[in-house]
Design a protein around this ligand. Structure first.
Ligand SMILES: NC(=O)c1ccc[n+]([C@@H]2O[C@H](COP(=O)([O-])OP(=O)(O)OC[C@H]3O[C@@H](n4cnc5c(N)ncnc54)[C@H](OP(=O)(O)O)[C@@H]3O)[C@@H](O)[C@H]2O)c1
Length: 254
């Protein structure tokens, strides 16, 4: 089956493409660096020719409120239009667990807009909402750093490995569309501030992490369970400790 991976050069896309190929599928990595731009539409018609499914694991280059909204709206509209013309039978998009509860955040308003366009389109679809990636823990510290300390709310958190995200999205891409949302998450729950503190310690990043009940998450006020998936979520296998240890060994070239 031909599967076009939009954002095929990104963190998830670059793991997803080889997994699909290993299962005998024709996976095409599409992104600006391979001449496919979903914002301008350049290269889309050619890339989508003969495709059965399109998986959108792209992300916006800028996370400013207006820029990210424009990216996800324009890109999703273009994709769905070109997919209809090419006869694509399944649109899969990667979103985030709790997106609908995070509308105070500009980034999440853009993900809400992306999901809405998909739900209203004529293309059969599956939206995959994942929890945060282990690989994003340092990025979370960066967006929560006020120049002195990292302020994070002490809420529940169930992140997962990018490898497990790619495996789950790959299985969903070659299955029939559910015309709904599937949640995926990690195997264990933590407290957000505690896990970011552990990751920074591993990275020997000296920034102090403060548990601050008033701290915002990506610009939004959140509560204990905002980031946690429901009971039907499909859970990845990789535990944080295993991933963290492996990441240190890989960084050291072992
Ligand atoms: N971070 C998290 O914890 C988390 C959790 C759940 C879900 N998600 C979702 O996961 C998705 C993927 O995230 P990621 O971290 O894998 O992304 P990433 O590593 O930042 O990769 C972004 C990809 O988007 C591509 N791209 C950018 N502009 C494009 C355009 N105009 N047309 C086509 N492709 C374009 C990039 O292509 P080039 O390399 O060619 O520029 C790159 O392949 C996002 O939608 C995000 O919302 C993230």
């Amino acid at each position: 089956m031909k599967v076009v991976v939009i954002g095929g050069s990104g963190l998830i896309g670059s793991k997803l493409v080889p997994k699909l190929r290993a299962h005998g599928h024709e996976a095409v990595a599409a992104s600006p660096r391979s001449g496919v731009d979903t914002v301008s539409g350049q290269g889309l018609a050619e890339a989508l020719k003969g495709a059965s499914a399109v998986v959108d694991v792209s992300n916006a280059p800028s996370w400013d409120d207006a820029a990210v909204l424009k990216f996800f709206e324009t890109s999703t509209r273009n994709l769905l239009t070109y997919e209809a013309a090419a006869g694509v039978k399944h649109h899969v998009a990667l979103s985030v667990v709790g997106t609908d509860r995070l509308s105070e955040s500009g980034y999440f308003r853009a993900k809400i807009a992306q999901e809405k366009l998909i739900k209203e389109s004529s293309i059969p679809y599956t939206i995959v909402q994942a929890t945060q990636f282990f690989e994003f823990l340092k990025g979370l510290a960066d967006i929560s750093f006020n120049g002195k300390k990292v302020h994070l709310p002490p809420v529940l958190f169930q992140p997962m490995a990018a490898d497990d995200v790619a495996a789950a999205v790959g299985r969903i891409a070659v299955s029939p569309p559910v015309n709904g949302t599937i949640e995926i998450g990690g195997p264990e729950q933590y407290r957000l501030d505690e896990l970011v503190r552990r990751r920074l310690a591993t990275l020997k990043d000296p920034r102090e992490v403060v548990a601050d009940p008033n701290a915002l998450y990506s610009g939004a006020k959140i509560s204990a369970r905002t980031l946690i998936p429901g009971k039907n979520a499909r859970l990845g296998e990789t535990r944080f400790e295993t991933w963290n240890t492996r990441s240190v060994a890989m960084a050291a070239g072992r």
